[in-house]
Design a protein around this ligand. Structure first.
Ligand code: ATP
Length: 236
């Protein structure tokens, strides 16, 4: 098991956002976390990446307990979250942004190889490599955020709403790229409002409701689950 979350609770002051969440991600999988607004999807990601401390429970990654490990040290171990809200560096060029993603690495040859790979995955970024991040379109910034995360060569890539705010055609594209990234060997845990697309691509998925996991299964099982269809896929 690459990631193992056991009975994790998390508080924001007096508000309890997670109530004993348990989930696992196996090497090679795409796992999706779906749920309504405020269900605790982003909070789960923050607990995993170490941005917020957990109140109880444990998180194991790649064979080690990382429950109390600092966020930057988790990145060094191969756990990388593409920034929420496209947090790229607007004053830096596309290439400089991608370089920043490799800041924990010293293997120059490997970095060059990954840069080629990222520019291959995102031809739009290749065309705009000298352009400042802040002048990219929303969709391009989203791609840059994913590309930058890949530059750390993560064992597990955490993606929080990669399709947020994108036009339908770009949503397809970003999901196709996620599948390609996975096929190239990166395990992916992704949070999505866009349940249809996420379930269609994920090997497995969990449904989160008010801070609790209420259901889990293969992507296909959940896609055809009547309750999931009604609540998250907009079909009765
Ligand atoms: P969305 O899809 O709307 O982003 P989500 O499933 O990602 O929703 P979270 O952002 O994880 O949900 O929020 C879970 C709960 O925790 C919500 O009730 C939210 O109001 C609360 N919450 C989130 N961040 C904070 C914070 N910094 N301080 C206090 N409460 C918070």
């Amino acid at each position: 098991m690459l990631l193992e979350i056991d009975d994790v609770s998390l508080l924001y002051g007096r508000i309890q956002a997670l109530h004993g969440i348990s989930l696992t991600v196996d090497e090679g999988e795409i796992v999706a976390l779906i749920g309504a607004n405020g269900a605790g999807k982003s909070t789960t990601m923050r607990a995993i990446s170490g941005i917020r401390p957990v109140a109880t429970g444990s998180i194991r990654f790649d064979g080690e307990d990382i429950t109390k490990l600092r966020a930057d040290l988790r990145v060094r171990r191969g756990l990388c979250q593409a920034p929420e809200g496209r947090g790229i560096f607007p004053g830096m060029t596309v290439l400089e942004n991608l370089d920043m993603g490799a800041y924990t690495r010293r293997d120059r040859a490997g970095i060059a190889q990954d840069l080629d790979r990222v520019l291959g995955l995102f031809p739009r970024l290749a065309e705009r490599r000298k352009q400042h991040g802040g002048t990219l379109s929303g969709g391009e910034q989203q791609m840059l955020a994913v590309g930058r995360a890949l530059m750390s060569r993560p064992k597990l890539l955490l993606l929080d709403e990669p399709s947020m705010g994108l036009a339908p055609m770009l949503i397809q594209q970003i999901f196709d790229i996620i599948v390609e990234i996975n096929q190239q060997g990166t395990t992916v845990l992704l949070v999505e409002q866009n349940a249809q697309q996420a379930l269609a691509r994920a090997h497995r998925a969990y449904v989160l409701e008010t801070g609790r996991i209420v259901k889990s299964g293969t992507g296909a099982e959940l896609l055809h689950d009547p309750a999931v269809k009604e609540a998250y896929l907009g079909v009765a």
